[in-house]
Ligand binder design. Sequence first.
Ligand code: V47
Ligand code: SF4
Length: 377
Amino acid sequence: MAVQPIFSDTLIPGELKSIAQKVLDGERISTEDAVMLYKHAEIDLLGYLANYIKTKKYGNKIYFNRNFHIEPTNVCVFSCAFCAYSKLYKNREDGWELTEDQMMNIVKSYDGKKVTEVHIVGGVHPKLNIEFFANLMRKMKAHRPDLHIKGYTAVELDYMFRKAKMTNKEGLEYLREAGLESLPGGGAEIFDEAVRKEICDDKVDSQGWLDIHKAAHEIGMHSNATMLYGHIEKYEHRVDHMNRLRTLQDETGGFNTFIPLKFRNQDNDMSHINESSVVDDIKTYAIGRIFMDNFPHVKAYWPMLGREKAQLMVNYGVDDLDGTIDDSTKIYSMAGSEEQSPSLTTEELTNLIHATGNIAVERDTLYNELEVFELVP
Ligand code: V47
Ligand code: SF4
């Protein structure tokens, strides 16, 4: 049954009203519509629409998982202008390269703990090859078969596969045999070629990123997709980025989650650029939910956004806050996030969700529901 128009002309100009009606009728909005929403819609309207979609899908559930990160190294052959993480940036001293034993000790430190996912992500070290990471994952799986390995951005994979002279499919199948189960969404940044040239010229290009995710989906692996926003890009570039992802998702259906990543400006070559306002953050999450109609989930990654803004985004279409993290990532603290030691116990994370008036639901990486934490009146 079609939803009746609820917006009066006096409150909302005609063009916005017809976009809003499309959303309420479950129709896809165009790229022009999305730019129009960015430029002219109030956040109240965006919140209403994004939450309408979110609530229709998931009611008042907000998902989280119990996870930790392993960051094998911050040595990186690339030189993204926004990166505060790479050791090679201005020859900073505080670099690390973890050995296989050190990484296995991290995994072992979770023995007996209820974590379901390890997220492996790091710099692109010239000496660490596909064989190294395959051996590492074999050992992890032998030690803890139930731990889902979500690992390696398309940037890391592209470099590994080229060095190993493997096609994307061959490389992914090889890593899957070793234990890799899904791909994180990093490295997408902004697909527009001119913007990409300015901010991360030397790593995998936009088509290369999309090709790796497509190859993963074709062999049955799921993945996520990020968008780094709030730097030199324009609204049109964000919409183009989302459109390239939406188009691939129409073809493969392999993406789980869209994750807008707010650019943080500390200690990198783009520090002169102001960070986005909270209004812009809200618009980006809400329009992400509205435009990406074939993406099941929209995630506010709290270590980057900060826990209070992540709570706010739950009212703007977000249904997932990622995980407990356990102080195991440095990417955002080094770039200036207010979360300097990101770690939440399950109780803290469920309390944070309950405080927004929603039910907290623990999920695994593929969004199977594991436990429901009801609101206590
Ligand atoms: O690709 C780097 C971003 C990403 C900065 O798939 C920055 O579940 C903001 O993709 N300001 C890597 N962002 C992390 C990532 C991720 C994180 C959490 C969950 C998932 C998932 C994926 O971090 C990079 C880049 O876009 N990044 N520097 C910065 N200064
Ligand atoms: Fe390397 Fe990733 Fe930093 Fe780019 S964002 S320099 S690929 S660690």
